[in-house]
Design a protein around this ligand. Sequence first.
Ligand code: MEV
Length: 426
Amino acid sequence: MDSSVSGFYKKSLEERIAIIKEAGQLTEEETAQLKKFAALDFEQANRMIENVIGVQQLPIGIATNFVVNGKDILIPMAIEEPSVVAAACNGARIARALGGFKSKASAPIMIGQIQIVNAEKGAEKKILKAKKELLEKANSMDKTLKKFGGGAKELKAEELKTQKGKMVIVQLLVDVRDAMGANAINTMCEAIAPKLEEISKGKVFLRIISNLAIHRTVKAKAVFSKKALEESFKGKIRGEEIVEAMLNAYAFAEADVFRACTHNKGIMNGIDAVGIATGQDFRAIEAGAHCYASWKNKGEYKPLTKYYKNEKGDLIGEIELPLAIGLVGGATRTHPIAKTCVKILGVKTANELAEIMACVGLANNAAAIRALAVEGIQKGHMKLHARNIAVIAGAQGKDIEDVAEKMINENNVKVDRAKEILGEKN
Ligand code: MEV
């Protein structure tokens, strides 16, 4: 399969679905479900959360051009914001010229935390002495995880000075394999709490996963060649100039926290969109990513990507972030569209999915700084935005395009103007 499907955006829904069907080996039922544009019925939704009264829907677009670890992939992205899917396609197209993305996930080790208050002096040492027994107890709670090579692997205990006095915090490190891990970890933490109270003579309060998943990270890298960058602007600007402009954009984010925040937001546009499409806990992903951006740099919030030039003057982009995502348990297994999206991606393990997600984050970031540093992003944004404004003003059918185009040409994209144009037309 070649993911550089040319003109995907010009194809009809039927044609797009046919491509996805072949790429993901989807069944008739799965494609029919996609074409329904209605993901969940009441029963399904009511099993997922409480007090259900309806469903909220987001469009799913396909990001083309991605090559990750030598493999062509079509990537489903669920997002409400125009231009994000297009940006991912653009970033991936430029990276594709020199082989695409290389990406590697670490072992899926998550952290559980147990808070002990009023522990006796030296409790940490006693807890560490009982490590073997505590790990055995934790592992007895999840035999399946153990069977697949996962399970509780390590336990740490440290004193923490807080505004309410000293506490002992125990960290349980668990290899959660293909799960996001919250359920497994929380169960294990609750299970070893009574023993920790017995050993420490203190009282356990919180027993919960940490979303700062420093042991479950992904690194990805791509070369954005100056030639491909130049071609992306149809040769109107020299590749060297684009590389320098993008390095300036990166230097700005590296030195300024206000810019770093927006820089990272652009990265998360891509990562969240794949996360939502595949049914992930995107709040956990967000919390982990932003916290890592400062934890990794001794408390100073920095970009999650890095850019530099190689000896040929091409731009190298790198990303590193924690990604606590799963393929078992949660919505990934119960939500019909999420299941189809996982199938389109062709991933079999959570690590493979994490490796792809990191590349999408890097692609979105490279595309954003490329556009921002050279022509600004409003040009691209305006097309879809103008269509939305036309619809808000009441345009239908062919009028939507006509009104949008007129507003763009006039550089005046406003609901009032759209209404006037509609009035003039009819
Ligand atoms: C918009 O959703 C994302 C950007 O602001 C990211 C960035 O500024 O790098 C374009």
